[in-house]
Design a protein around this ligand. Sequence first.
Ligand code: AHR
Length: 331
Amino acid sequence: MKSRRNVIEFFFLIISAGLVFIACPGKNSTEEKKNIILGFSQIGAESSWRICNTQSVLEEAERAGIQVIFDNAQQKQENQLKAIRSFIVYRVDVIAFVPIVETGWENVLQEAKEAGIPVIVVDREIDCDKSLYTGFLGEDTEEEGRNAARFLLSKFEASTENVNILEIAGTKNSSPTRLRGSGFRQVIGTQDRFSIIHSENADFLRSKGKQVADNFLEKNGGLVFGGRPIHAILSHNDAMTLGILEALEEHGINPGHDVAIVSFDAEQEAIDRLKMGKINCIVECNPKLGYELMKLVRMCAQGYPIPDGTFVKESVFSEKDNFSLIPDRGF
Ligand code: AHR
């Protein structure tokens, strides 16, 4: 055990930084495993997806005998910066964090680098010099966007009419918002009759999804924009989609029939709406990153290089599927 980690310092940091010390080393840990300490900064608990993502990390850490100092940033980048700095002061072996937005990480990552602590970026990507962090683990959100567009192209392939799309995007300046948006645009851009005629952000939150959809419907007098009807809604996550469905139904609109609904994540509640015909397609976003993360943490802690990017497998659920074959999602 490194001498700098004395017990008094440890408890002082836990109390002063509001951090939560989560997992203990497993009984049968090997010599290499048992001293690894991971500092993990999560962005919050904005969706069932996010809660599952946190659980996956904490459960797999416990299983792997890796100690975790966990911080919930309550959707604020400044809280993440504070947490990462606390991890550096404590001299954890590895830092992992889910960046709420893409920019603004250079200084803190430089500090981690100078302290010799490897950093793994998890779930969301950052716009930053690659030499400042060790690697990325997460989902291919650009491909998710392409898959959403592929579904819409096939859904409307029998018609020759224009397809007008309303986009409700996630958090501004976050990588899933940018990449789902760009992947989607790459594919619909191949067909002139498909276009996004309006786009708004709703922060990946159910309450905001409902609020944005309500305002849109009231302001425009229904599902029209600039005199053009909306044929499809692209919503960047299930939490927002569930809020949008509520708003549509309150305005007498039948989602899935009057307007096509395409969503991301595949939470159980959204899969239930897919089965009811209220959502037409859900592109999976896989929250279960814990197992892969612990493998990478162990490699980093032992001084091995890790791949620049590690991407988890994902699929697509749609109205064309045999619903009886969709297993319980568990979140
Ligand atoms: O970064 C992944 C996204 O963040 C998920 O789609 C969403 O549910 C979460 O808020």
